[in-house]
Design a protein around this ligand. Structure first.
Ligand code: AHM
Ligand code: MG
Length: 317
């Protein structure tokens, strides 16, 4: 079933917005696959608001997602990893979107999985141009979220509140087609995913958790396997399919970790919870955190219930 037919049968208030993003992602996917021949590898001579060098494909993807918002009348405002401030789109629109247009930038030039992540909220202001308070909303107030994965297949996972849908892009038909309409994240898993090279910088709870994962315990198949792609979208898609836990934890000097709350941690935690998993920052549920600034960061531990609960137990002890 195509995405279009799926929304005919299952209409939601944000179907138009999701469909517009899906169209945008097809353009990004095609550019990702042809990046070298389109001269879209490498970086621009620019640094973004995060202090990171902007890759050509980051900039391209940001423009595509912004266009997708302009093409959809229900979108009132746009926040992107690549833009310092918010952008007002349609003053009469009802929804605001926070986007990481191309997650996993460091993997662009090595042809490893990368993707697009987004979260959607209903604006708080009534009309006119959006303001920052429209975006500084908790994950519990999200009305939808999703991510596209540009890997060996182009996949699209999203939720508009009930269940997580998985679509795959069919290159022959040029359409996203339904693969699973209720994707569930396994309750248990045997894979942990962390940049273990940074172990000496992590807080003690993380060191203890990694020691737990690597200890020999036949009863629950430990030691677990370590898998780390270095793209949250890639590591999380595997977690949705196979179970396990993905961590980008706090360091001893930096309680907030690396990943951004509004367009990385919240959308992934929203999807994980809708699929039966869990996302925390250590002590707290990610979706309960009150964002205080547009590009703020958060530690994240996310995935199968059993493993995230284990981390939380260690963290709180
Ligand atoms: P990006 O949005 O600038 O690409 O950065 C986020 C990425 C995540 O996809 C990934 O989980 C993380 O950075 C990897 O960071 P590190 O290289 O420190 O392990
Ligand atoms: Mg990112």
């Amino acid at each position: 079933m195509t995405l279009q037919d799926f929304f005919k049968n299952n209409p939601t208030p944000i179907s138009g917005l999701i469909a517009s993003f899906a169209n945008g992602s097809i353009k990004i996917s095609e550019s990702v696959r042809n990046a070298a021949t389109l001269s879209l590898t490498g970086s621009l001579d620019e640094v973004n608001v995060q202090g990171e060098i902007v890759q050509k494909l980051d900039d391209f993807s940001n423009r595509v997602m912004m266009d997708a918002c302009h093409n959809e009348p229900s979108v009132a405002g746009y926040l992107s990893e690549e833009n310092e401030g918010i952008t007002s789109i349609h003053e009469s629109g009802e929804y605001v979107i926070a986007v990481d247009p191309l997650d996993g930038s460091s993997n662009i030039d090595v042809a490893a999985p990368i993707g697009t992540i987004f979260a959607v909220w209903k604006r708080k202001s009534k009309s006119g141009a959006v303001d920052e308070s429209d975006f500084l909303q908790k994950g519990t107030d999200c009305v939808g979220a999703g991510f596209m994965l540009y890997g060996s297949s182009t996949l699209f996972l999203f939720s508009t509140g009930e269940g997580v849908r998985l679509f795959s892009y069919n290159t022959a038909s040029g359409q996203y087609e339904l693969v699973k309409d209720n994707l569930l994240l396994p309750e248990k898993g045997k894979i942990y995913s962390i940049n273990q090279g940074s172990m000496s910088k992590f807080e003690d709870a993380t060191t203890q958790f990694v020691n737990y994962c690597t200890a020999i315990e036949k009863a629950d198949s430990r030691p677990y396997s370590l898998r780390y792609i270095g793209s949250m979208v890639g590591d999380m898609y595997r977690t949705f399919v196979k179970g396990g836990v993905f961590l980008y934890p706090a360091t001893k000097g930096d309680k907030k970790g690396k990943l951004r709350l509004l367009y990385e941690c919240i959308p992934m935690s929203y999807l994980a919870e809708k699929a039966g998993g869990k996302g925390i920052d250590g002590a707290n549920r990610i979706l309960d955190l009150q964002p205080v600034s547009l590009h703020e960061r958060s530690a994240i531990i996310i995935g199968s219930l059993e493993l995230v609960n284990k981390y939380q137990e260690i963290y709180n002890s």
